[in-house]
Design a protein around this ligand. Structure first.
Ligand code: NAI
Ligand code: MG
Length: 398
């Protein structure tokens, strides 16, 4: 069979380091693929005034599947200052290529699994009855709507007259904010559409069915945010009844969910939320399973574009170590999500088992797993390097 074509987007800093290691694992496990390099990130901002060049979008459009490391973003003024001299003063404005990718391809479904590995010293522990220390095994998959909600960018400070008038037409606005001078108003809108809400819910339910989870929990706040959270909850109830009666549907409020996070995280299966609450819930759960070194994700569009990436950023302070120390597992897990998506079940299971075996055995651990702060010296102090961790996983592939 011809190899699959995967667009490899290393990006900046440790993004490039971990992506390279994930590809080593994929190769060693026998995944038949050709990786086509795509330019993305800070280097291309500085050189070309665009961190997400059109040629990269073209590659992703053509091949549809991308493995992405991480990029560096900086505030506008810093970004301008680092722009190549020949480009300065020409009106280039930096914007994050991740956000750009998401918008350009309408990657509206974000999936973030948070599953504990047995033996991971970073696993959450709690005190149970009779003072017993318990280590609940978390196995949660968060479905986050990725394009709407408070992150859609529809916002104003000192809103223009037509917007202000529209706001004034709402009795609650008149009552509570009608006396506030318009130039002292900042407004960010929380927009949910029926279509995108149905898509994220469908993806969540289908995932539950495919992977044998018993329940889907909507994590919003419909008792207060009645229109948007309310829409998601209403659609979820209809969908469960009509299409997924075998899956139990639960409803939690985001604030209460954060409280329960440490109380009973093992009780949740698939969680679905809008953009902001999904962001919060996924970071919360990721903290229980080891944090950024373990948090993987995938983003999907309606027309079949899929981007797989670790949740962490480019960690620039670790990017130039002569021996890289960062944990490659989040990136390797993201690659596993790609294998699952492609139906490469056998290779997927073998890699996941290899990772689980290495973690359970506990002989090879990156600095984060040893609870060290990151410095070049950690290698001399017993932490495994990024490459050693990857080697151990490859050795275990069998
Ligand atoms: P970060 O995720 O890059 O790093 C935060 C800290 O997490 C690191 O200092 C390190 O202690 C730890 N860490 C991250 N990845 C790790 C790994 N694989 N193994 C072990 N420890 C790890 O976030 P930060 O420092 O806030 O941002 C750095 C740059 O990355 C910024 O320019 C930011 O804009 C960008 N960023 C990019 C993202 C992306 O590409 N998806 C996401 C988040 C931030
Ligand atoms: Mg986040």
């Amino acid at each position: 069979m011809a190899p699959r074509k995967i667009v490899a987007l290393p990006g900046d800093g440790i993004g490039a380091i971990v992506l390279h290691q994930a590809i080593r694992v994929l190769d060693a496990a026998g995944f038949n693929a050709e990786y086509i390099h795509g330019d993305i990130g800070w280097e291309f901002w500085c050189k070309e005034g665009n961190p997400l060049p059109e040629r990269t979008l073209e590659l992703i459009r053509e091949h549809k599947i991308a493995l992405f490391g991480a990029i560096t973003s900086k505030p506008n003024e810093e970004a301008k200052a680092e722009l190549d001299h020949s480009l300065q003063g020409k009106g280039f404005i930096y914007s994050s290529p991740i956000v750009g990718l998401r918008q350009y391809f309408n990657l509206d479904i974000c999936v973030r699994p948070c599953k504990s590995y047995k033996g991971n010293p970073l696993n959450f522990i709690r005190r149970g009855r009779n003072n017993v220390i318990e280590e609940p095994m978390v196995d949660v998959v968060i479905f986050r709507q990725n394009t709407e909600c408070l992150y859609s960018g529809v916002e104003w400070t000192n809103p223009p007259e037509n917007v202000y008038k529209a706001l004034l037409s709402h009795p609650r606005f008149r009552e509570n904010f009608g006396e506030v001078p318009v130039n002292e108003l900042s407004v960010s809108t929380r927009i949910f559409t029926r279509k995108a809400t149905e898509r994220i819910l469908t993806a969540a339910f289908e995932h539950a069915v495919k992977h044998g989870y018993r329940s889907v929990t909507v994590c919003e706040k419909p008792n207060v945010v009645r229109e948007t959270s309310g829409l998601m909850w209403k659609l979820a109830k209809e969908m469960q009844k009509n299409r997924f009666p075998s899956i139990k549907l639960n409803n939690t409020n985001i604030d209460a969910q954060m409280m329960w996070l440490t109380k009973n995280p093992e009780d949740y299966d698939v969680i679905v939320a809008g953009n902001m609450f999904g962001d919060i819930a996924s970071d919360g759960f990721a903290g229980l399973i080891g944090g950024l070194g373990f948090a993987c994700s995938a983003q999907f569009s309606e027309d079949g574009i899929a981007v797989f990436e670790p949740t962490h950023g480019s960690a620039p302070k670790y990017a130039d170590y002569s021996v890289p120390i960062v944990n490659p597992v989040a990136m390797i897990e993201s690659a596993c999500m790609m294998l699952d998506y492609l139906g490469e079940t056998e290779i997927y299971s073998r890699i996941r088992k290899a990772v689980a075996d290495v973690i359970l055995e506990g002989k090879v651990r990156t600095y984060d797993m040893m609870k060290m702060s990151g410095r070049p010296e950690v290698i001399g102090e017993g932490a495994a390097s990024t490459v050693q961790m990857t080697d151990a996983i490859i050795d275990r592939l069998g």
